[in-house]
Design a protein around this ligand. Structure first.
Ligand SMILES: Cc1cc2nc3c(=O)[nH]c(=O)nc-3n(C[C@H](O)[C@H](O)[C@H](O)COP(=O)(O)OP(=O)(O)OC[C@H]3O[C@@H](n4cnc5c(N)ncnc54)[C@H](O)[C@@H]3O)c2cc1C
Length: 443
């Protein structure tokens, strides 16, 4: 086995902030045939959380990643730990009915607790802070949404507050928003360090993790399964596929029929400034909150532990290839924070989120003993960690998991081949709606 350091390969075209500031991880390359009870394909939060939870149940687990742990969205995201689903609770109930919907809302509301508890339990060094999540409203219409969200979460006993315009402006350091939801359960972390920390904890618990293992075929082998890469294969009794927005990595449709077409992968772009001056830090997010606004094409922003402002935004079907591709994000920073007069932008990077048609994540049972969990719609730090726990329970015969989303079969999205023009049109339509709605004057 060749041992190599995974320090320089996250963020294909551009080195991400997280790659530059992460803890390190030594991991073996996959070279030889293996046999295990449970194979996990994909070492992001979903796969690594599943592995860690399975290790607590003393299962024999192997994890493989096409590149390395945290290569996908888990090592590139905004590091905002936000409890619950992206879909608003009333929409969850509409889709799942009141009883199931309420159970799912309750369970997914615990996702931030799960993240921070794992970090504490396994002493994961990932600059975690639980200073709260702010969701500011950018229009009158979205003020209504925020007010009803605060009311509903309060009824569920969540520690939330409605911030008025002045407090919102003070906490965010910008006058661009009307009111906001403050959810004290949320917080921030260094996502690549969190992914690597989960991997280290799983390895300490006996899980074997390998990099450079692009699985290109899964086939039945008597009453077991065989997953193959170009170099070697792994025989397993059960398989968890945790490849999310990277399910078509290297145009690899062979992983499982239809899986890569069951979600819409979309690039999200981020830019980080150089560390801000102490004076600016006292006015911009001075209490260490993280924030994601209510726009259809949302802005999400926070400071890192060294005071860099990081802002991300819903992106594109294309990866950022040159700094020009990030100019819409730079413009958003300049518009939200004109007080940063000479921002030096230090990092530019992108990653793929996985959208679903329903707005809910999917858990599939594709064949006996083969499961997949994916489709977090950009809200996956907590949710993918929770999904990993659900998958671990499912694959070890837990049939009544409280609050778990319903098990479904894969439904490839129709017209996937036209997705590029359709997504581009949807992007411009949403941006236009945001612009029109954003012109509303406060009432
Ligand atoms: C730019 C960006 C910002 C985001 N910001 C936030 C945020 O602030 N808060 C939040 O809650 N969520 C955020 N998200 C969403 C969150 O990052 C994801 O939902 C979550 O990381 C998904 O984790 P995952 O393990 O399911 O998938 P991933 O982390 O994408 O991991 C999939 C893994 O599968 C591997 N793989 C793929 N194919 C194969 C194969 N054939 N064989 C072997 N391995 C394979 C890949 O190499 C990859 O490592 C953001 C996402 C992006 C892209």
């Amino acid at each position: 086995m060749i041992s190599h350091k995974t320090s320089n390969s996250v963020g294909d075209e551009f080195k991400s902030l997280w790659q530059a500031t992460s803890t390190q991880l030594e991991i073996d390359s996959f070279e030889d045939n293996l046999d295990c009870d449970i194979l996990i394909i994909g070492a992001g939060f979903t796969g690594l959380s599943a592995a860690l939870h399975l290790s607590e149940l003393e299962q024999d687990v192997v994890v493989v990643d096409a590149v390395e742990p945290g290569y996908g969205a888990s090592g590139r995201n905004g590091g905002q730990v936000i409890p619950g689903l992206k879909l608003y609770p009333e929409e969850v109930r509409k889709k799942l009915g009141d009883e199931k919907g309420n159970a799912v809302i309750n369970a997914t509301n615990g996702s931030a607790d799960l993240v921070f508890n794992l970090i504490k339990k396994y002493q994961i060094d990932c600059k975690a802070n639980r200073n709260g999540f702010i969701q500011p409203a950018f229009s009158n219409t979205s003020c209504g949404v925020i007010r009803s969200r605060v009311e509903l979460l309060s009824k569920l006993g969540a520690p939330v507050e409605l911030l008025d315009k002045e407090t919102t402006a003070e906490y965010l350091g910008t006058n661009s928003y009307f009111i906001a939801l403050l959810d004290k359960r949320g917080g921030s972390l260094q996502p690549l360090s969190y992914a690597r920390g989960l991997a280290k904890a799983a390895i300490r618990q006996g899980v074997k993790i390998y990099s450079n293992a692009l699985v290109n075929k899964i086939k039945p082998l008597q009453d077991r399964w065989q997953a193959s890469t170009q170099k070697a294969s792994i025989n397993a009794n059960r398989i968890l596929i945790c490849t999310n927005g990277y399910s078509d990595l290297n145009n690899n449709p062979g992983l499982w029929p239809g899986l890569n077409r069951s979600i819409i992968p979309l690039h999200s772009f981020q830019v980080a400034t150089q560390p801000l001056s102490n004076k600016l830090r006292q006015s911009i997010l001075p209490h260490g909150h993280v924030a994601s606004d209510t726009k259809r094409l949302l802005n999400y922003f926070r400071l890192d532990h060294e005071g860099r402002l990081i802002l991300g935004g819903s992106g594109n079907i294309y990866e950022g290839k040159s700094i020009r591709d990030f100019s819409h994000i730079v413009r958003r920073i300049q518009s939200l924070y004109p007080q940063i007069t000479e921002p030096q932008f230090e990092f530019y990077w992108s990653g793929k989120i996985a959208l679903t048609m329903s707005g809910l994540p999917h858990i599939h049972e594709m064949a006996p003993g083969v499961y997949s969990g994916l489709g977090y719609n950009g809200r996956g730090v907590g949710m993918a960690t929770l999904m990993g726990q659900w998958l671990a329970e499912l694959v070890t015969d837990g049939d009544q998991i409280p609050g778990m989303l319903p098990l479904t079969t894969i439904k490839p999205i129709k017209l996937q081949s036209f997705r590029k023009p359709v997504i581009t049109a949807a992007y411009f339509w949403k941006s236009l709606q945001d612009r029109v709605e954003g012109r509303q004057k406060p009432i």
